[in-house]
Design a protein around this ligand. Structure first.
Ligand code: WQD
Length: 326
């Protein structure tokens, strides 16, 4: 079976390619390189440069490489940007997926894994979010992911595809420094950035109804997340018609303040945070129940927050050598 990994030159996608090839699966990367980096794609893995909005190119890539499974990660993922550019997000994430599904359902593809997000839940008023918790996305980004789940399920049912939507929680860390996230739009790299430029990391709000007043999230190592894709891909291959919706988190809530303390300890910087105003739209607490994926597929995360921060820091120092402390 050959798997087409859309977005395979991106941060998470490159980890998925690494995990799939490491597990002996044949892969082909399809990426428009708008934010991806061809250097992340292993030399032995074919790279097709193209957009998921280009149905002709997709169909040719699927036929040329005899693709029978797809892992779809190519998408826009900035929550804030999606509020200002909703049509762009719907076009790239929903129309792009629809075009991809047209090509997939016209070909002998039997399995489809969709990269969804905890953003589909919005502001859940429960301690632990299960897959049954109602989805009320708060941003166009989250809406496109929820609509994507619907598209994938409907197209899968109609065409007899086995499908899975994986709701990623807060992803951090790297398998190797070269595969680290180069973006600075999430907590860990944002704190690295502030520390290395000599400014205090910011806590966006310390008056939330949580133990220390700061927001609580469920952080997951990108290596674990990538392994979850391998587990899910294999389940789809062995069970035709399977239709899965799964949280991919660890079930452990960690506060912003705890994360910043741990980052200070790992990096050797000792810069206490300043308290900034709340960031609009931030839920106080979003923590996964990771039970369903464990019970149904036997997958569990192996890495903790310390591993995430340490590996992310190695990647940061590779890009910003002056950040290293003796
Ligand atoms: C985590 C917490 C911030 C930076 C988003 C999307 C989600 C997924 C991952 C894409 C929040 C706080 C942050 C800082 C801070 N995206 N923070 N100081 O918002 O939980 O999730 O990214 O697929 O869908 O919603 O992640 O890393 O931005 O923030 O206090 O300098 O850290 O307010 O509470 P978030 P994040």
């Amino acid at each position: 079976m050959t798997w087409l990994i859309t977005g395979g030159a991106g941060y998470i996608g490159a980890h998925v390619v690494r995990a799939m090839t490491g597990a002996g699966e044949r892969t082909v990367v399809y990426d428009d390189l708008s934010t991806g980096d061809a250097g992340r794609v292993p030399r032995e893995v074919p790279l097709v440069v193209g957009s998921v909005l280009d149905g002709g190119r997709l169909a040719r890539a699927i036929a040329a490489h005899q693709v029978t499974g797809v892992v779809h990660l190519a998408a826009k993922k900035q929550v804030g940007e999606s509020v200002g550019r909703p049509l762009h997000y719907y076009h790239e994430n929903v129309e792009g997926l629809r075009v991809l599904l047209e090509a997939v359902t016209a070909a002998p593809v039997t399995a489809f894994v969709f990269s969804s997000s905890a953003a589909v839940y919005g502001m859940p008023d429960v301690d632990v979010v299960t897959e049954e918790t109602p989805c009320r996305p708060l941003s166009p980004y989250g809406e496109t992911k929820l609509a994507g789940e619907w598209l994938v399920r409907a197209a899968g049912r109609a065409a007899g595809l086995a499908t899975a939507s994986l709701r990623y929680f807060n992803v951090a860390g790297a398998a190797t420094p070269a595969l680290a996230d180069t973006g600075v739009s999430n907590l860990v790299p944002m704190v690295f950035h502030r520390l290395t430029e000599g400014t205090a990391p910011r806590v966006f709000g310390d008056d939330y109804p949580t133990a220390d007043g700061t927001c609580v999230r469920d952080y997951i190592h990108v290596v674990d997340l990538a392994e979850a894709h391998v587990t899910v891909a294999r389940a789809l291959r062995s069970t035709p018609g399977l239709d899965l919706t799964l949280n991919v988190g660890r079930g452990e809530g960690v506060s912003v303040r705890e994360m910043i303390d741990r980052i200070n300890a790992v990096t050797g910087y000792d810069h206490p945070p300043t308290i900034a105003p709340r960031r609009p739209g931030d839920p106080a607490r979003v923590v996964a129940s990771a039970d369903r994926i464990a019970t149904e597929l036997g997958w569990r995360a192996a890495h903790d927050v310390q591993d995430m921060i340490t590996s992310a820091w190695e990647g940061w120092v590779r890009l910003h050598p002056a950040a290293a402390r003796a």
